[in-house]
Design a binder for this molecule. Structure first.
Ligand code: PHE
Length: 341
């Protein structure tokens, strides 16, 4: 039995020394010391040994067990530290490599353009004012002289939130709020989101406008022209000119659509100008003299005060300035696009 023990022990030590993998080492341990391991099997036969021999056998077995366990621990440490060294070498951080810069956001082009517009008009004394995006049908329509049967109220254009409540279709909805909440003079600009059921490369169901309103004694069309010319030159460059084309908006009389000379080809029409498409002019806003009916509705005397109003799309101006071909990019939320401006 002693010989058997010696054979098992000797073989185990050689196997341990030869093991180069942790799982191989574990297999050696199980095959010798495990419940059904070689050493355990021998010890199970201890009962058949003469009683006076047993202590000697037991001691020998224990000594092998001790030696094997010690060899296992040493080999295990060796293999583990070797594995750690390999891992450390592989995971070494090369501090000379260029770093990946943290991603920086930027202000959305709509925000940038809105701020610039507010700043330009503030220099002419226009105070910012806001109104709710969920608006009464009355303030969005009736109050700006758009009667019940007007096509602008059509379901196809307007998002109705409930009886008498709409998502405002234009910032002109703020006009009556401004007139009613203040005594004239009123000189405000109202930025904000507006909603229309429309969706293609140049229309989005949600977009932004800025409304301007100036009401005072003796405000004239020439004040409107001067204001818009100042705005155009600040926004599009000092050589910019504007032109007014007669147009109809129910809340102004007379009304006009306002074009600014192309800031890219400077109105010398170039067929290929990608901004004005060779027309030399860019349509940028609607404007006009406040309709007397609005004054009456607000409790003002149209004989005493007059005023002008204008409204423009913020995305449209941002698209012109930055040559953005598709409005939808503004709302995709793709930071590669948004950080360009
Ligand atoms: N509310 C008009 C629109 O949305 C713009 C406008 C505002 C026109 C003020 C004239 C005066 O198209």
């Amino acid at each position: 039995m002693i010989q058997k023990l010696d054979a098992i022990g000797g073989q185990a030590l050689r196997d341990i020394a030869a093991a180069t993998q942790l799982d191989v080492l574990e297999n050696v341990r199980i095959s010798v010391l495990g419940k059904k391991g070689a050493l355990s099997e021998v010890l199970k036969g201890l009962g058949t040994v003469l009683p006076e021999e047993r202590p000697k056998m037991g001691a020998a077995a224990n000594e092998w067990k001790r030696q094997i366990e010690e060899a296992l621990t040493i080999q295990k440490d060796k293999l583990e530290s070797a594995a750690l060294n390999i891992q450390l070498a592989q995971e070494r951080i090369d501090i000379s490599l260029p770093a990946r810069l943290p991603h920086r956001g930027a202000l959305h082009p709509v925000t940038q353009t809105t701020r610039k517009l507010l700043q330009i008009f503030s220099r002419l004394g226009f105070d910012p004012m806001t109104g709710p995006e969920i608006e009464t049908e009355f303030l969005n329509f009736e109050a700006v002289n758009i009667p019940k049967d007007h096509p602008a109220r059509d379901m196809q254009d307007t998002f109705f939130m409930g009886p008498g409540v709409v998502l405002r279709t234009h910032t002109s909805a703020v006009q009556m709020r401004a007139l009613r909440s203040k005594k004239w003079p009123v000189r405000i600009v109202c930025p904000g989101a507006v909603y229309r059921s429309d969706h293609d490369a140049t229309h989005s169901p949600m977009f932004h406008q800025i409304e301007g309103l100036w009401v005072d004694k003796n405000v004239k069309m020439s004040d409107l022209k001067g204001t818009l010319e100042f705005f155009a030159q600040e926004m599009f460059g000092s050589e910019s000119r504007i032109r007014l084309r007669p147009s109809y908006f129910p809340f102004v009389e007379p009304g006009a659509e306002v074009d600014v000379s192309c800031f890219l080809c400077k109105s010398k029409p170039v067929d290929t100008c990608k901004v004005c498409k060779g027309t030399g002019w860019l349509e940028i806003l609607g404007a006009g003299m406040v309709h007397p009916r609005l004054f009456e509705m607000a409790g003002y005397d149209p004989g005493e005060v007059s005023g002008f109003a204008f409204g423009m799309g913020v995305e449209r101006i941002a698209m012109l300035l930055h040559h953005i071909p598709d409005l939808r990019r503004m709302f995709d939320g793709d930071s590669r696009f948004l950080t360009q401006f």
